[in-house]
Design a protein around this ligand. Structure first.
Ligand code: BGC
Length: 758
């Protein structure tokens, strides 16, 4: 009793404290706003980049003067304590009200120490590891002068043609939500105290549905039912909001025929009213201006549309800066609207402690000590190893022995540039470890020989499209035949071939959609020639998206998917190849057999004519020329060891809405290595008024098992896990039969059933 009253008193005190803090902030901001002219208020809504073009044209010029005139609220695209300090000095010393600037940047998968691309990170299914990667990124970014990172990107993606699938956590809303939470916590610190000097404010993006664009083409139209939105696409954004994310970024696409940036239902009714978001909403890069091309009117019209929808800050386009005053005079926006937006920008600065000390996140001493520290690199190496997915490993070809001759062949083997992956703007490729270096570091007594074997692509026009940020696809002086001959000659003399193939870093990421997601022809030719030598070939595959690997899967005995592992990629790859770490990554996106199967995802509906088995059946929902199954399903990934699953035991056969259901089973490591398994639990609601998917992930657990060891794994399901959205968009449950599945991937599962009573 005593304990309970103590808990109640403590939580009341915390609430009172929060109220007091809010009241103090409100009073401070109100007083400041009382001194501001309308121009100064509009100036706070302007987010500019003073550097070169980042992902579009740069509108702003004469940035220094604009800062002096109070026409800039924040800057992004500059980094480093000294540079940031200089810009801040202008605002704090030379602008009338001395309001500090907010400094943002794309800190996406690490800052200077680069971690695996987000899609790779998600394959670890390890939220603690993911949180730590975001924590380290925040530590480095804050030392480097930054207050704000444009991450996490939580857009659910079911279409691997879309290049930005690399930046998210895959196709599943449950896992995506867990990861969203972990990243917000990592960036903003465990108790969301943004005044701390080693945290940055996070920005969940791209709100919303950016991953659902037609045909996987970037910036394309999105259209979907509300039920689909609520059940599959919105949960990760909501999870970030619930975790206290400081800011939200609008997406480029339209929703219900209105671009997200001007969509009042989305930004106000859903985000603020339904979800209770109180922070700052920023547009994506020139997203206000782009509404003109969408067909919503001239710059003044679309700027008013955005403000009225609930946008606070205009990234790059200066539509707010140049038109809002006129719109106010003409009655197209209200002063209240401008005040609300300005208040939110100032509140963000207040929460970040910038009014107390505008230089608090510029720390040369900390930057020198912590950036790319041995500790951070160690964490990056460990995280990368956990992100790799072993797709195939016939006859236990892997792990490799540290003896004999290993031929390391392929255009990505000796490339530092391509290790970091897309959106690693502050990463230094020169600091990254290539695969060849990593293998040499870890090979012990083995003799390592190397050949490039092929260009990443022989298509020069294509290479130009990819090489926008620097040369990622380069062209050897030798002919394709000469390179092939060199490669097959050394392969023939080796004991094993490691073929390092795949995509260049910027073949995924923004504006990097592809209609062919297989290996480039030059590389396929190389692979065929290597396999023809008769030597065992291990493919080490770099990719930012699921690729079509049907031929590779049929012909290569081993495939290790390494995504883009970041600064320590090469060492981490060697750790896994040589068995220092037994791979445990599991796919978070389905890998299609061919492009025609796209969109392909595990949590699909049954339809009225489901296919029974795998064989083609006339008048069933299938294809004449390819099976319905993906090549590798969601949740899939092998290990050097093997895990076996006992049958499922349920605590009850019938549960009422107030009951909890225990789902238990035993997992045994039956192979020859110690290893880690991700045990996945899915459910299916067999009868519901809204049709439900054939499987939905509801829980997972990582278990570490020594060779021969068994562990009981237990999950608890409650009524919340059995709910779905109905036509009124209420989250409801309906009594009836359910199935529960548990396994090491979404395909190979044990199954049991229970009934939910009234
Ligand atoms: C991207 C965002 C990014 C922004 C700022 C845009 O093009 O869509 O994800 O945060 O640029 O660099």
């Amino acid at each position: 009793m005593k304990k309970i009253s103590f808990i109640i008193i403590a939580s009341v005190m915390v609430t009172l404290q929060l109220y007091a803090q809010d009241a103090k902030m409100n009073a401070f901001v109100s007083e400041l706003m009382g001194k501001m002219t309308i121009d100064e208020k509009i100036g706070q809504l302007n987010l500019v980049t003073p550097g070169g073009a980042v992902t579009g044209s740069v509108v702003s010029s004469d940035v220094d003067n604009k800062i002096r005139n109070g026409q800039v609220g924040g800057l992004f695209g500059i980094t480093g304590p000294d540079k940031v300090h200089k810009a801040q000095e202008i605002a704090v010393n030379n602008s009338r009200l001395k309001i500090p600037l907010l400094f943002g940047l794309d800190v996406i998968h690490g800052h200077r120490t680069i971690f695996p691309i987000p899609l790779g990170l998600s394959c670890s299914w390890d939220t603690a590891l993911i949180e730590r990667s975001a924590r380290i990124a925040a530590t480095e970014a804050s030392a480097d002068g930054l207050d704000w990172g444009f991450s996490p990107m939580v857009d659910i993606a079911r279409d691997p043609r879309w290049g930005r699938i690399a930046e998210g956590a895959g196709e599943d809303p449950f896992l995506g939500s867990q990861i969203a939470r972990a990243m917000v916590k990592g960036y903003q610190g465990a108790n969301n105290d943004l005044t701390k000097t080693d945290v940055i404010m996070a920005c969940v993006k791209h709100f919303a549905l950016y991953g659902a664009e037609d045909a996987g083409r970037d910036y394309n139209t999105t259209d979907m039912s509300r039920i689909k939105m609520y059940q599959y696409y919105l949960p990760p954004y909501k999870a970030a909001v619930d975790a206290g994310v400081g800011t939200v970024m609008s997406s480029f696409n339209e929703i219900d025929g209105i671009p997200a940036t001007g969509n009042k239902w989305l930004m106000t009714d859903l985000l603020r009213k339904q979800w209770g978001f109180k922070g700052l909403v920023v547009t994506d890069y020139t997203a206000v201006n782009e509404m003109s091309a969408h067909g919503e009117g001239d710059l003044q019209t679309v700027s008013a549309l955005a403000l009225n929808a609930g946008i606070d800050m205009d990234m790059v386009g200066e539509g707010f800066l140049t038109t809002l005053k006129k719109s106010l005079q003409e009655g197209k926006v209200t002063e209240q609207g401008i005040n609300d937006a300005c208040r939110r920008v100032l509140e963000a600065k207040y929460k970040l402690g910038l009014f107390d000390n505008p230089y608090r996140r510029m720390d040369m001493v900390r930057a020198n000590k912590e950036i790319l520290s041995a500790e951070h690199r160690k964490a990056a190496r460990e995280t990368a190893a956990h992100s790799f997915v072993l797709l195939k490993n016939d006859n236990q070809l892997l792990p490799l022995k540290k003896s004999g001759t290993i031929a390391v062949i392929g255009p990505l083997a000796d490339s530092k540039r391509n290790m970091l992956g897309t959106w690693s703007v502050s990463g230094d490729p020169a600091k990254s470890i290539s695969v060849l270096e990593g293998i040499k570091n870890g090979a012990g007594a083995a003799n390592i020989v190397y050949a490039k074997g092929a260009n990443l692509s022989d298509d020069r026009e294509f290479a130009k499209h990819v090489n926008v940020f620097g040369t990622e696809i380069d062209f050897d002086n030798r002919s394709a035949d000469e390179m092939l001959t060199e490669a097959t000659t050394i392969a023939s003399k080796a004991d094993v071939v490691v073929a390092v193939l795949g995509e260049a870093a910027d073949m995924t990421g923004e504006s990097s959609s592809m209609s062919n997601i297989g290996l480039q022809e030059s590389q396929l030719n190389l692979l065929k020639a290597l396999i023809k030598t008769g030597k065992p070939v291990v493919i080490v595959l770099f990719n930012g998206r699921p690729m079509t690997l049907t031929w590779e899967n049929d012909h290569a005995p081993a495939i290790l998917d390494v995504w883009f592992g970041g600064t320590e990629a090469g060492n981490a790859i060697a750790d896994v190849l040589f068995g220092n770490y037994d791979p445990s990554g599991k796919l978070t996106t389905s890998f299609p057999r061919n492009v025609g199967q796209i969109p392909i995802y595990y949590n699909h509906k049954n339809t009225g004519r489901p296919l029974d088995g795998n064989e083609f059946q006339k008048f069933r929902s299938d294809y004449l020329d390819v099976s319905n199954d993906p090549l590798y399903p969601f949740g899939y990934g092998l290990s050097y060891t093997r895990f076996s699953y006992s049958d499922i035991s349920l605590s009850k056969k019938e549960i009422s809405p107030n009951d909890k259901l225990q789902v238990r089973l035993t997992v045994t490591n039956t192979g020859n290595f110690d290893g880690e398994e991700t045990v996945q639990l899915y459910i299916r609601d067999m009868v519901a008024t809204i049709t439900q998917p054939v499987k939905e992930l509801k829980a997972f657990q990582k278990v570490w098992l020594k060779k021969g060891e068994s562990k009981e794994v237990s999950f608890t399901l409650s009524i919340d896990d059995l709910k779905f959205y109905n036509s009124d968009l209420n989250l409801i449950y309906e009594p009836g039969d359910f199935k529960v599945f548990v396994g090491g991937n979404s395909r190979d599962v044990k199954e049991a059933g229970f009934t939910l009573t009234k």
